[in-house]
Design a protein around this ligand. Structure first.
Ligand code: FE2
Ligand code: FE2
Length: 276
């Protein structure tokens, strides 16, 4: 029974291919957007507080680790077409996120071409490594990370509005947030399936991911602690946000009771999305 969640399992391949086709058709119909025509670039606000531009740069840096996110996860799932094709499509959508954030930093005048090139150099100097050692562990990590990322973007948009607004940035944050939510929904659906197929193993992986979760890649940059402090100071995301907006909703939607996650009390003390 435990082997039925391996990527190469024939039943899993059939189901994930169907789920991917549904996801892809919906994305093509309702969610595609254009960097060139869907963002009012002429309405960038150069006077937005620099701290918010710094956070946009931090989020852009996280999205810039895309080559590692794609290259290191694909080999785990290459035998499962639906899963692998989802990941390729996910990579396309994530590639637009860093383009949009980077374009905003340049067009708003908050960063120069040289500064952006320097950021890229710093990102590509360090490789991101997989936070889980199996395809199913990565699936669960991705589900948690996508919801957490959605919360980050939603909260940043709220802060931008409070600080005088920026129609271009708000629009692109909206578009990105919709993508992140769709990624979360797909991963959540598959994790629900995994719980049906092999509940004990999936619960153990869920416990490990939820209790040791950290946002990807931010810790790889030399100035990462400053960037993480800024995210907390602006009240975009912290331990409490993680618990209330990510941890609890995920357990609820999956129908998993806290009791089912072993060593709960020890894990609770460890919740810290920015300490790794
Ligand atoms: Fe993204
Ligand atoms: Fe995403």
């Amino acid at each position: 029974m435990a082997n039925c969640t391996r990527p190469e399992d024939p039943v899993l391949r059939t189901i994930l291919y169907r789920l991917y086709r549904e996801f892809f058709d919906r994305a093509e119909k309702k969610r595609r957007w254009s960097l060139q025509t869907d963002i009012p670039w002429e309405e960038c606000n150069p006077s937005l507080p620099p701290a918010l531009a710094d956070v946009v740069e931090s989020f852009c840096a996280v999205e810039l680790y895309l080559p590692d996110y794609v290259a290191k996860a694909l080999p785990l799932i290459r035998a499962n077409r639906g899963w692998a094709w989802f990941h390729a499509n996910w990579g396309y959508e994530e590639s637009k996120h860093s383009l949009a954030l980077g374009d905003w930093l340049l067009r708003s005048g908050h960063r120069s071409e040289e500064q952006m090139a320097d950021l890229e150099d710093r990102v590509f100097a360090q490789e991101w490594d997989l936070p889980a050692d199996s395809a199913s562990g990565m699936l669960i990590y991705a589900m948690v990370q996508e919801l957490a990322t959605w919360v980050h973007y939603r909260n940043l948009r709220e802060r931008v509005l409070e600080e005088g607004g920026d129609p271009a940035l708000c629009r692109l944050l909206d578009l990105i947030a919709v993508d992140e939510r769709a990624h979360y929904a797909f991963y959540r659906r598959v994790v629900q399936l995994f719980l049906e197929l092999d509940r004990p193993t999936t619960l153990e992986q869920l416990r490990r991911v939820l209790h040791g979760f950290a946002m990807p890649a931010v810790h790889l940059l030399a100035d990462s602690s400053q960037r993480q402090a800024q995210i907390r100071d602006l009240k975009l995301f912290d331990e409490e946000t993680y618990f209330v907006e990510v941890y609890q909703p995920i357990l609820e939607v999956l129908g998993v009771h806290r009791r089912e996650l072993r060593r709960w009390s020890r894990g609770l003390r460890k919740l810290s999305p920015y300490v790794k």
